[in-house]
Every structure is written in C-alpha cells, then in structure tokens.
Design a protein around this ligand. Structure first.
Ligand SMILES: *Cc1c(COP(=O)(O)O)cnc(C)c1O
Length: 380
C-alpha cells in the first residue's frame, strides 16, 4: 500500500464533500433544478472574484478562458501589452499572436514581479493600446504581481486590464472591482478545490464595450452568446453539469470559511513552506514577491531536481512539481493552494527532507519540519 499526496500547482486535492457532489446522479441542464444550481454558482463566483460583474463558466481548462478573453476583446491588428515574467505570461503573447494581435511585450526577469511604472510608461507612449494582459500569480516562478498597483495605472486610460488569476483565485486576494480589473480569468483545478475542466471569466462594463467592437473570430467562446444565455440563467451549450454541481459545493465551503480566512490560511501555509526550505539550506526562487499559492525553490547544483521530484512521487507518493520552460531542472515547486492544511505541508516537507538526505544534501534532519511547526504554532 502506498498513500499518495498531491502538492502540485494544479490539479490540487479535492475535499470529500466535492467528491461526493460529483458522485450524484446526473440531471438535465435545461431544468429548473439545474437553473437553481447555475444561479448559486454565479453568485458564489461573484463572491470569490470579489466583483459585481457577470462571471461566466466555460467547459474548458483555464487556457480556454484566456483564449475567450483575447478573442472577445480584440480585433486583428490591435495592439496590446503582454507582461512576460514566466511561462504563463508568455501564453498571453502566444494567444494574441494566434489571433493576429500585435504585442508590446514587457519582459520581466523570471522570479521578479512587473513594475506598474513600466506599464504606465508604455501606455503613455502608445495610447492606442487596447488591453494589458497580466498574471496574478505566475505559477511557473511562484511570483505574485501587484495587480492593485497595475489597476491604478490603467483605470483612467482607454485600455482594459486583463488578469490571469488561474492559480491565484481562491488562494490569494483578487479584488476584481476594488482593483479595477476588467477581465479576470480562472480555472477550476487550482485554488477552487475542483478537478480540471471549468474555465471562468468575468467581464466589466468597460470591457463589454470592447467586446461589442471586437472582430476576432470566435464561436464556442463567444461571450455575447454566453451573456444572452446568462441573463436567462442558462448556458449556450451543454455545460459541464457534474463539475458545476461540484463547484457549488466548493463555493459553499469557501463561503463558510470566508475569503479573509482562506487568504490567512494560505499565507500561513506559504510561510511554513518558505521557512522550512530555508531551514534546509535551500533558496527561494522569488524571495521578494513570493506567492502564497505556490513556492518555487532553487536546487543546489549537486542535486538532480528531476530525480528529486521523481523519487518523492514514485517511491514515496508525494507529488510536487519541477520547473517549467527555461526553469526545468533548476527548481522545484511546492503548491499550497486550495484544499491544503498544515499536516499536508508537514508531510510534504518530511518527504522532501527524506529524499534530500538520501541524495546527499547536508542539513539537520527535522529542521524543515521544525521551522514549519513553529509557523503553525504561532497564534495558537
Ligand atoms: C495553470 C495555469 C494556467 C493554465 O491553465 P490550464 O487549466 O492548464 O489551461 C494558466 N495560467 C496560470 C497562472 C496557471 O497557473
């Protein structure tokens, strides 16, 4: 017997209440019963997105919601700003290019957040920029960007602010309305405690104006069609019924815990992981803007990251993530987003210590766990 633990930045573990909701018999989607579920999901999403704007559910992974943002806001030959501070920032550029949209790319050193001043400068230099594409939590580097500051520099311009909050939502605050975010996209399998398969997108009145004039081709991800159905508490196509039933359960749990408590819990998990890896003599990849959703850790040159991740997973059943893109082999990532509590972290750190010790890394056994325990004991 080998018990398994999932500490990756998507998918994330599922609460048993969510699993139970998915085991219920399927119901038909054009029924009053399912309409009640849609309504509950819409309300719950608004709570988690911290917005009054409509939040649409798409049967896709998070990238589908990103594609919906690009295809619905823009026309070919429009110019936008994309912020590239990691693999997911690059995805915005790739998507825009696929739709014939010109990108002014702001390249940010991986492991650092973007400076809102840089965005301000670029917008001033080119007032025809239609949209600015950003990432709340850049999952590939473990960095949280200051979306609030970015919102301040964009709100009085003609541009709209688009935020990829796929890994951030439900783990760290994304105050869509207070921060002047026009379009926020997310996905089900990160902080929201659901399996992969749902994409989400919220749209502000300022963004709807762009949707009205946008000419990029679209069919499945047509937000105008989605809005028409939304207003009738319906969906344009067959929705992912089971996932939406599960979403309602997850949203109910999130409301019961309360957003502020959820963010505090994630802060605590993140601090415990950061202190633990530092105690083991490892270095954080993004020490100054470290995300409370996922921690990226540099690996000493004598340790083979691929082997570390593989041994933890295949020998001991604890799955963490390696580096992506240019960071492959250079770091590992421990996620602490969604349905994660302190003993998940202790287990993960314990396994990390065991494998590091076996691989010849020098540190005092138990020092990582001790550092984490100390964080968890604070305030109790
Ligand atoms: C996971 C993730 C994505 C991609 O989402 P998929 O659900 O795999 O399509 C995009 N952006 C960020 C920040 C992510 O963490």
């Amino acid at each position: 017997m080998r018990k398994t633990y999932l500490l990756t930045p998507g998918p994330t573990p599922l609460p048993s209440e969510v699993l139970e909701a998915m085991a219920r018999p399927i119901i038909h989607h054009r029924t009053p019963q399912f309409q009640a579920i849609i309504k509950e999901a819409h309300e719950g999403l608004k709570y988690v997105f911290q917005t009054k704007n409509d939040c649409f559910m798409l049967a896709s992974s998070g990238t589908g919601a990103m594609e919906a943002a690009v295809a619905n806001l823009l026309s070919p030959q429009d110019t936008v700003i994309t912020v590239e501070g990691g693999k997911f920032g690059e995805r915005w550029t790739e998507l825009c290019k696929a739709y014939g949209v010109n990108c002014e790319v702001i390249k940010v050193e991986w492991g650092k957040p973007v400076e809102s001043e840089e965005i301000k400068k670029r917008l001033k230099a080119n007032p025809r920029i239609k949209a600015v594409f950003t990432t709340l939590c850049e999952t590939s580097t473990g960095v949280t960007n200051d979306i609030e500051a970015i919102g301040r520099v964009i709100k009085d311009t003609e541009s709209v602010l688009v935020v990829d909050a796929i890994s951030g939502l439900g783990a760290i605050s994304c105050a869509s309305d207070a921060w002047h975010c026009d379009v926020v996209v997310s996905g089900s399998q990160k902080g929201l405690m659901l399996p992969p398969g749902l994409g989400f997108i919220s749209v502000s009145p300022k963004a709807w104006k762009l949707v009205d004039s946008a000419k990029c081709p679209r069919y499945y991800f047509n937000l105008k069609k989605a809005k028409k159905a939304y207003d009738q508490v319906d969906t344009p196509f067959t929705p992912a019924i089971t996932l939406i039933v599960a979403l309602c359960q997850a949203l109910k749990m999130m409301r019961e815990e309360g957003l502020e408590n959820i963010f505090l819990r994630h802060k605590k998990m993140a601090r415990a992981v950061r202190n633990a890896v530092k105690a083991l003599g490892l270095e954080l990849f993004a020490p100054h803007a470290a995300s409370d959703a996922v921690t990226a850790v540099k690996v000493p040159a004598n340790i083979d990251t691929g082997k570390l991740v593989k041994t933890m997973r295949d020998t001991y059943g604890v799955t963490i993530a390696g580096g992506q893109g240019d960071l492959k082999g250079k770091l590992f990532r421990i996620a602490h987003m969604g349905y994660i509590g302190e003993f998940d972290i202790i287990t993960g750190i314990s396994c990390l210590e065991k494998v590091l010790q076996q691989m010849g890394h020098k540190f005092e056994l138990g020092s990582g766990i001790k550092a984490a325990e100390e964080v968890f004991l604070q305030g109790e």
